[in-house]
Write a protein that binds this ligand. Structure first.
Ligand SMILES: Nc1ncnc2c1ncn2[C@@H]1O[C@H](COP(=O)(O)OP(=O)(O)OP(=O)(O)O)[C@@H](O)[C@H]1O
Ligand SMILES: [Mg+2]
Length: 241
């Protein structure tokens, strides 16, 4: 198993953001994670990627216990993530943004530049290498984030709402890009998405969270029919009025 999460809890004061989460992601698979706002999805990613230390529970990667490891160490073992909302570094060029990712593996500037060029090529960013991300359309900024994550040479790529704010055409494009890079780079994907169509088309298995707990897991067709899941989403709709 590439990633194993065992009975993970994350509490913030009185808020239990993750309660007894267990899951497994096999090598080469595409795992989806959905759930209403505040379900604890980003918190779970933050625990796995070493941005939060879990209150309890264990995280194993490639059989190694990585619970509580700092994010730079987690990156080096082969886990990369993108952030919800945009986290490109706006005072750096596209190329420098991508280089930041590659520096996690080596300090050799030439190696890093070469790696960055290769990845910009892969994601069709080469022509924009010297531009600043903030000057570019959102869809391209998303690809820059993706490029930076890829530059760390991950085995597991975790994407937190990479399609949020994109129009249907851009969403389709990023879906195709993801499928392509997954094959080319032999990646395992773990993705959080609100756009239901996106997650349902790409994921082999979907995990559903609500109020900090895992409430369902299975093929997209199966979970979409589960009353618990429908209820969790209806609850969200009602809550929003
Ligand atoms: N750093 C933090 N400090 C305190 N509470 C936090 C922190 N991070 C998350 N939480 C709380 O944990 C709960 C889960 O939040 P989280 O961001 O993980 O949900 P989410 O499923 O990603 O939601 P969304 O779909 O809106 O992105 C929320 O109640 C949130 O307020
Ligand atoms: Mg979130």
């Amino acid at each position: 198993m590439l990633l194993e999460v065992k009975n993970l809890f994350k509490e913030f004061g009185g808020v239990v953001a993750n309660a007894d989460i267990s899951l497994e992601v096999g090598e080469g698979m595409i795992m989806g994670l959905i759930g209403p706002n505040g379900a604890g999805k980003t918190t779970l990613f933050n625990c796995i990627a070493g941005y939060y230390r879990p209150t309890r529970g264990r995280i194993l990667f490639d059989g190694k216990d990585i619970t509580g490891w700092p994010s730079h160490q987690v990156a080096r073992i082969g886990i990369a993530r993108t952030f919800q909302g945009m986290k490109t570094l706006s005072n750096m060029t596209v190329e420098e943004n991508v280089m930041v990712g590659a520096f996690c593996r080596t300090k050799d500037r030439e190696v890093v530049r070469k790696e960055a060029l290769e990845i910009m090529e892969l994601l069709d960013l080469r022509e924009k290498a010297q531009s600043f991300p903030s000057e570019l359309p959102i869809a391209m900024q998303r690809r820059i984030e993706l490029a930076r994550a890829l530059a760390t040479k991950p085995k597991l790529l975790m994407l937190d709402e990479i399609a949020a704010g994109l129009n249907p055409l851009e969403t389709k494009e990023i879906l195709q890009t993801l499928k392509r890079i997954k094959e080319e780079r032999k990646l395992t994907l773990f993705l959080i998405e609100h756009v239901m169509e996106f997650i349902m088309t790409i994921s082999e298995i979907v995990i559903v969270m609500a109020a900090g707990r895992k409430i369902a897991e299975g093929t997209p067709e199966k979970v979409a029919r589960e009353p618990k899941v429908i209820e969790a989403y209806l609850g969200e709709k009602y809550a929003k009025g």
